[in-house]
Design a protein around this ligand. Structure first.
Ligand code: MLT
Length: 274
């Protein structure tokens, strides 16, 4: 897919650089990628929504073209970076934040820390619950492996779970380029993100008083964050809608960009008319 977007690089107060990719004009949509990926997972949204919205897709600290910063110690460091990015892009109006999986965990922290900067939340293929004890143990094991041997173990463990079965066959280029993105991730950023995810609080208690409307999207074949769990999470938020995206796994926005874009556009249009 050929996407006419521009790259902006900002200096972070913590040190280092944060890169963000932008397309279009209009109400701002801030797209936060999953683990261990980069902005390119939003290529379908940068290309397909730029005719109506200002789509901003950063590379989170340490990932993609963002480098030179101290490693994050919690997901709140990512939130602080996103607020700095919005400030430096002079986006003062509330944004719609769209996060996938780890991006969704970050979205919950953003909603807790800076709700006034949010017009709406779009949660893609994510969960509100904190990690279970087993998941935490596994993340710590992964951190050791990444520190000793690089990111291949994490990339291998994740790659076979990311897409719907048919997507691997019908969209081999997308699946392969996602593997390449994972393999390019810096080990220190991957380790820091694993520890930050393991330490994140449970966002479930936050849902009943979520002050902004939310849209919950989940691939019908998502085995990492299954639709039933997301639908149950969505049911706890007061002003929410849940949509299952057919023929998609954990990477619904990348696997089914047109369907996902339709959902995002109609949600954002509704928000504009409130
Ligand atoms: C992601 O896609 O961001 C990951 O599945 C998040 C996680 O490891 O919990």
């Amino acid at each position: 897919m050929h996407t006419p977007f521009t790259q902006t690089t900002i200096r972070l107060p913590a040190g280092g650089e944060l890169a963000a990719f932008e397309a279009g004009h209009g109400p701002p949509l801030l797209c936060v990628h999953g683990f261990p990926l980069d902005h390119s997972m939003w290529q379908g949204q940068l290309a397909g929504l730029a005719n109506r919205f200002r789509v901003v897709a950063p590379d989170l600290r340490g990932f993609g073209r963002s480098h030179g910063s101290p490693a994050v110690t919690s997901l709140d460091d990512f939130v602080a970076d996103l607020c700095d990015l919005l400030d430096q892009l002079a986006i003062t109006e509330p944004v719609t934040l769209c996060g996938l999986s780890m991006g969704g965990y970050i979205a919950f922290r953003f909603a807790a820390r800076a709700p006034q900067r949010l017009k709406g939340l779009i949660l893609c293929d994510t969960r509100a619950a904190a990690d279970t004890a087993d998941v935490i143990t596994n993340r710590h094991r992964m951190v050791e492996l990444v520190r000793k041997g690089g990111v291949a173990t994490v990339a291998d463990a994740m790659h076979s779970k990311l897409f719907a079965t048919d997507s691997y066959v019908e969209q081999p280029t997308v699946a392969e380029s996602t593997r390449r993105v994972m393999m390019r991730s810096r080990p220190e950023a991957v380790a820091a993100a694993l520890l930050a995810m393991a330490a994140r609080p449970d966002a479930t208690p936050q849902l009943a008083s979520l002050p902004m409307p939310s849209l919950w999207l989940c691939g019908s074949e998502d085995s990492i964050t299954p639709p039933a769990e997301m639908q149950a999470n969505a049911g706890l938020a007061p002003d929410s809608r849940f949509v299952e995206i057919s023929d998609a796994g954990h990477m619904a926005p990348l696997e089914q960009p047109s369907l996902v874009n339709e959902c995002i556009a109609s949600f954002m249009t509704l928000l504009e008319h409130r």
